[in-house]
Ligand binder design. Structure first.
Ligand SMILES: [Mn+2]
Length: 479
């Protein structure tokens, strides 16, 4: 299958933007970046020091000693014309490099007898014509090596031949009847995996030699990413605090007559205004019947009097995303039924928090606690059933660079991991959905609720909504 060259299309589409001064300006900016790099011993890459990325690569190589690890970075055209460039999370986690079209090869020490380890980043050679549109890019070579803190930075078009050289010089290992050289990569899954770049990479390798054994490294990286360093925790806290600003503006805005997308706009404006690059996932603003649809994100309905509005949003900050859900009564006051269900969801969340025991609790054990709270409540649906049948999703997931972050769930929650606790009850017959979701860090002394400052108490929510709505009408009276 052939593909058009998307970057050529992009250049054509943007041709009206040509400014001859841009290239000169770009060159000046780039020289500024490089000068800065030459003086800084530890460059910050997406708000984390290059030394931290280097330590992650070392740790990965200490766990994957019997083969070469290869990662493929995102390309400018991967999101087409609609998306801003975003590096892939595994690649970002190990390099901090946001240059489009990059590759990484890690060769652990001793894989090639008597040779030290190697880490090679491949980035495209500079293209001054392209840079007129996309801005200055760092090219391969010594300056990039210093800037990124990576031992070798070569041109992307050398990636495949360099990989074959390295694999060829590693001694083949007898394994069963075959002589194999192991290549670890993020192997794609699913039925159309072969259509992905990673899938084509794997197929190409298989075409070169049947002696290659290609293995998935994503679980190993996933277990590393599960434990957040102090620096990562700070970025998550920032993402959570920005999401709190969005929830506050939402609380002050939401009212009957507005469309869900108007509320979404207010929330995402708060994200952008506070330095968030993008929402970590499509914002969910679901009112009335939509409050019972878990991943509703069309946000097109007009909010009615008496609706509950489920607002599940998360700002992304430097590649880390929050995931906060609040449920608001559109008119500023819960009905008695809404308040009972809301209080039950809150009780379930608090019970799960309280039940947490380091070294024992798993996401499954916490879910059991929350479900039991809902099951044992006297509240019933119109058929007399208990409400636990309306708690239809998991209680918790890892949170990090991915909103549903990577990592195994089978073991007790470890220190340094970050989870959500998000019970919910969704009764379509009553057009009544409630979800309350907060974010927690696991520490030696227990759970720390990172989103504690974002109000979820029903009395407080009513008080704050009433105060903001009456001050809004007082403001309009003055005019
Ligand atoms: Mn969530």
């Amino acid at each position: 299958m052939t593909q058009p060259n998307p970057s050529a299309i992009a250049l054509h589409k943007k041709a009206c933007l040509i400014r001859s001064a841009v290239l000169a300006a770009a060159a000046i900016i780039l020289s500024g970046i490089l000068t800065q790099a030459a003086h800084a011993s530890d460059v910050m890459l997406a708000n984390q020091p290059s030394s931290e990325y280097a330590a992650r690569r070392q740790k990965l190589m200490s766990q994957v000693k019997d083969g070469v690890t290869v990662l493929i970075g995102a390309r400018e055209e991967d999101l087409g014309e609609v998306g801003r460039f975003r590096q892939k999370n595994d690649f970002m986690y190990l390099t901090g490099v946001e240059t489009p079209g990059a590759y990484l090869i890690l060769v652990p020490a001793g894989l090639i007898p008597d040779k030290p380890g190697r880490e090679i980043l491949f980035i495209p050679a500079r293209n001054l014509i392209q840079e007129k549109w996309t801005g200055p890019q760092m090219g391969p070579g010594a300056e990039a090596e210093k800037y990124f803190g990576i031992r070798e930075v070569m041109a992307s078009d050398k990636f495949f031949s360099t990989l074959l050289d390295i694999v060829g010089s590693a001694p083949a290992r007898a394994e069963g009847r075959n002589q194999t050289a192991k290549i670890y990569t993020v192997a794609p899954g699913g039925s159309d995996a072969i259509m992905t770049r990673e899938g084509r990479f794997v197929e190409t390798l298989r075409g070169v030699s049947s002696a290659y054994r290609i293995l998935d490294v994503s679980r190993t990286i996933g277990e590393m990413r599960k434990i957040k360093s102090a620096g990562e925790q700070a970025l998550l806290q920032k993402a959570i605090d920005i999401s709190g600003e969005g929830q506050r503006d939402c609380r002050n805005t939401v009212k009957p007559g507005l469309f869900e997308y108007e509320v979404q706009a207010v929330i995402e404006a708060a994200f952008t205004r506070n330095g968030s690059e993008r929402p970590g996932y499509p914002s969910i603003v679901g009112s009335g019947i939509n409050s019972t649809v878990l991943h509703y994100n069309e946000n097109k309905k007009r909010i009615d009097e008496g609706d509950l509005v489920v607002v599940d949003v998360g700002a992304e900050y430097s590649y880390y995303t929050a995931d906060i859900t609040r449920t608001y009564p559109a008119s500023g006051r819960f009905t008695e039924r809404q308040r009972q269900v809301y209080q039950l969801v809150l009780d379930a969340q608090r019970a799960a928090e309280k039940a947490f025991k380091l070294g024992e609790s798993t996401t499954a054990s916490l879910k059991q606690v929350a479900s039991e709270v809902i099951r044992s409540s006297p509240l019933r649906d119109s058929h007399g059933n208990t409400l636990d049948r309306y708690f239809i999703h998991g209680l918790s997931h890892w949170l990090g660079m991915d909103v549903h972050d990577v990592g195994d769930y089978s073991k007790p929650l470890p220190v340094g991991s970050v989870i959500t606790i998000e019970p919910g009850i969704y009764i379509p017959d009553e057009k009544l959905g409630v979800r309350i979701e907060d974010n927690y860090l696991i520490t030696e002394s227990g759970l720390v609720k990172l989103s504690a400052k974002i109000p979820s108490d029903p009395d407080e929510i009513e008080r704050l909504m009433t105060a903001s709505h009456s001050s809004a009408s007082a403001g309009s009276m003055k005019k």
